[in-house]
Design a protein around this ligand. Sequence first.
Ligand code: PMP
Length: 285
Amino acid sequence: MSRQVYINGKFVPSAEATVSVFDHGLLYGDGVFEGLRSYGGKVFQIEAHVRRLYESALAICLEIPMSQAEMCAAIDLAVKTNGIDDGYIRAVVTRGAGTLGLDPNRCSNPQVIIIADAIALYPQELYEKGLEIITVSVIRNHPAALSPRIKSLNYLNNILAKIEGLRAGCIEALMLNHKGEVAECTGDNVFLVRDGRLLTPPLDAGILSGITRDVVVELASKAGIEVLKVPLTKHDVYVADECFLTGTAAEIIPVVKVDERSIGTGKPGPMTRSLTEKFHELVRT
Ligand code: PMP
């Protein structure tokens, strides 16, 4: 279905939504983005996503030519204009067209793009049975080189990990950091359950500060579950009672095997199920 895409304040049919071949977003992955979700026509956690977008932009010295409130309004409008109920929204800000050289100062016009579309979910079966994933050899970007907290258009680190996972027959892949600790998956944060407590790597493990991760931590805390943001190793994964991933598109998805090893009972566990129910309740209201 043809969508109306927002570019720099105007809606145009998707076939006409284009950027320059000199855009540094294309030439160098120089830009930032967000993936958001709408439920019943309402964008979930819109302020948190827009805030992260502006923080990513700040981190790469990219000035977005509109306020955060204007960005929120534009995202809402993209959802309404396309008549999207339960959908997925991609907000992108590129550095804009420049020269063939690296110099970002030669790019004068950041491009603001918002695409609202239907959501392509993991098959329902995987939510019931759980995912099988592997740990890949591609480590997550060293935070001192390119911070994983920046949601930039340069996703090659994650794509290389994804390729390795896919070649091993896994649609998600676990990435370690430069210290050998668990970081995150290619597009999702990681949680473990051990002895009734919820464990997830801290931000300084070199991960994206996931918005679904924050929501899950809050839901768990409200339910009286102790949440620990602590460095985790592959050993912690292998001996965990449960494992699940969180992300805007994936929501909460159980993991039942890592590196061919069953986690816990090898089936989605009770805490994963109960947090999933709470998450569904929250997004429905
Ligand atoms: N880590 C990475 C690398 C991601 O790209 C994403 C988003 N797809 C996540 C974690 C999950 O973050 P969020 O819950 O904000 O979507």
